[in-house]
Write a protein of this length. Sequence first.
Length: 129
Amino acid sequence: MKRSGILNRHLAGALAELGHGDTVLVCDAGMPIPAGPRVVDLAFRAGVPSFEEVLDGLLDELVVEGGTAADEVWKANPAAARLLRERLPALGLVPHEELKRRSATARLVVRTGEARPYANVLLTCGVFF
């Protein structure tokens, strides 16, 4: 049994399969889930787990070289926008429709219970050396 880190067996296994350049969509409960990527749905109730909790857990486990979010987050959800800027200095912004298009090529989708709009980010995996 794991001692710490991500304990969800489905998520831990999916993370172990990621490689350099793979993308992971971390999304709120309302984001359309594209057909194709592996999905780990952590949503339990509205707001549980939060986008911030899941993002922080993933950033503790992954090497991330950048991220992409919807530029609409700045007006619709300033708290999520600040969180993304703090956690991901190499954050790119695109229109929400473009983020949804790019999500179709994600290797993994992690759905949170977040109930605030535009709490979504497409992480790009880096390499540890």
